[in-house]
Design a protein around this ligand. Structure first.
Ligand code: BES
Ligand code: MN
Ligand code: ZN
Length: 462
């Protein structure tokens, strides 16, 4: 189980009491008169996010319990509000004294809220643990938290320590743990093996571009292929980004991080699928051999692609990876990437858009996104905009003139490279929390993977 959690029944954990205005009077009847007097003297109010540490009985010096305010039963809820607890509580082992609004999500939020990125600066090292509530599958909560932690660590690691080779190494470590195999096509081999767009985008970096290809599971099981944008740093290329836009671009491998997190969950659970993960890992840099605006490349699929903008690089590397994924006609291709600023303009940092022509799948994604508190919002593959990426000299341009509907345009570009897969699902994620929210510390964030895991668990579950 995740190090955050201990088995239920562990000796003497401190109870956390979840209270709102309606539940507080009843709860007070369970507390000692001394505890009630203390709570009143401290002015505790059962409002969302408020907390109070209660003294133990008879001057024992121990904690007697914790009051934690949650939303009214009929109010909108942040299901991760209990993710504030690890930051508020002193070191120790806790249990849920009563039920929060959603016990499983509260336990998950507890683990996710305790995340710190400690690679370059020690954390406050305050071991706060939770006894897994009765009736909750602690192993599953733990594997989800572990996947999210992996993705956050990969995203938060700056590009000097997270280049294409290091991302490859991270995929290999994950593969070794789960008995998966990895094949990498790197540098000039990308030309020999027909990945021209991945090669073009990554050419200007001193760190060789590569395609990481992970496989796991029974060859006869339904084929599920995950494709993640692994741009380890996005300068914009010759269409260079200004300083403010470049600042966060270490997170441009957030799609790769999210698919690795999802792969971990799938493999650790042992879902009945043949999993494949494809990660085009590159650095979009500037040098004399950089690809240029107006260059034309014949892509893996055979479509000639005109470069309208070197900063629309994510869709280029995904195009070749999607074409490779499509060649074995899988049941489902899922791609994720930090593809457009337009997605963030439309829906903000915490609500990534997704795209698919499969109506059944679209509804399932919406349902699991809500149930897992992994918010996602469907946008349309609006075919009438498809002509906007027609090129005057080639089959397709990587950008549309005018810059409207940028996230849809990107999705339509990618769609041209998928034809044989039974279903295709595309996520334009942000992969970053700009300022801390309960269960979501500031920094790299794993988006869409938890919702997808729940969906795949239901379809191919064990
Ligand atoms: N990685 C960026 C997209 C991005 C930027 C995501 C900021 C999240 C925050 C992507 O490679 C990019 O630069 N996209 C361009 C596309 C444009 C040139 C059509 C963009 O969104 O500006
Ligand atoms: Mn870019
Ligand atoms: Zn990018």
């Amino acid at each position: 189980m995740h190090p955050m959690f201990v088995a239920s029944g562990t000796a003497q954990p401190v109870p956390v009491w979840f209270v709102n205005a309606a539940g507080y009077p009843g709860l007070r009847e369970q507390l000692s008169s001394a505890a009630i007097a203390f709570a009143d003297a401290a002015g505790f109010e059962p409002k969302p996010g408020r907390h109070l540490l209660l003294p133990g009985e008879n001057g024992s010096g121990a904690l007697g319990g914790v009051l934690f305010g949650i939303e009214a039963d009929d109010a909108p809820k942040d299901w991760f509000l209990p993710g504030r607890l690890p930051g508020l509580l002193p070191a120790g082992t806790y249990r849920f004294g009563n039920a929060p609004h959603d016990t499983r999500l509260a336990a998950l939020a507890f683990a996710l809220g305790a995340y710190r990125f400690t690679r370059y600066r020690a954390g406050d090292d305050k071991p706060v643990r939770l006894a897994m509530p009765e009736g909750i599958d602690g192993d599953d909560v733990g594997r989800i938290a572990e996947g999210v932690t992996l993705a956050r660590d990969l995203i938060n690691t700056p590009a000097n320590d997270m280049g294409p080779a290091e991302l490859d190494e991270a995929a290999r470590q994950l593969a070794a743990r789960h008995g998966a195999s990895v094949r990498t096509v790197a540098g000039d081999e990308l030309i020999a093996e027909n990945f021209p767009l991945i090669h073009a985008v990554g050419a200007a970096s001193s760190r060789a571009p590569r395609l990481i290809d992970l496989r796991w599971g029974d060859a006869d099981a339904p084929k599920i292929t995950l494709v993640g944008k692994g741009v380890c740093f996005d300068t914009g290329g010759l269409d260079l980004k200004p300083d403010s836009a470049m600042l966060l671009m270490k997170k441009d491998m957030g799609g790769a991080a999210a698919v690795l997190a999802l792969a971990h969950m799938i493999m650790d659970r042992g879902l009945k699928v043949r999993l494949r993960v494809l990660i085009p890992a590159v650095e979009n840099s500037v040098a004399g051999n950089a690809f240029r605006p107006s260059d034309v490349f014949r892509s893996r699929k055979g479509l000639n692609v005109e470069i309208g903008n070197t900063d629309a690089e994510g869709r280029l590397v995904l195009a070749d990876a999607l074409a490779a994924a499509d060649e074995e006609s899988p049941e489902l291709i899922v791609d994720m990437g930090t593809l457009t600023g337009a997605a963030r303009v439309a829906l903000g940092p915490e609500l990534p858009p997704y795209y698919t022509d499969d109506e059944t799948l679209a509804a399932e994604v919406a349902r699991h996104a809500a149930a897992e508190n992994d918010p996602l919002w469907r946008l349309p593959l609006w075919q009438r905009y498809d002509q906007n990426i027609d090129s005057k000299v080639a089959d397709v341009n990587n950008v549309a003139a005018g810059g409207m509907a940028g996230s849809i345009i990107c999705a339509l570009f990618l769609k041209r490279f998928v034809s044989a897969a039974k279903s295709w699902l595309h996520f334009d994620i942000y992969a970053w929390t700009p300022s801390s929210k309960p269960g979501r510390p500031e920094g790299g964030e794993c988006q869409a993977a938890r919702a997808l895991y729940a969906l795949l668990k239901q379809r191919y579950g064990r």
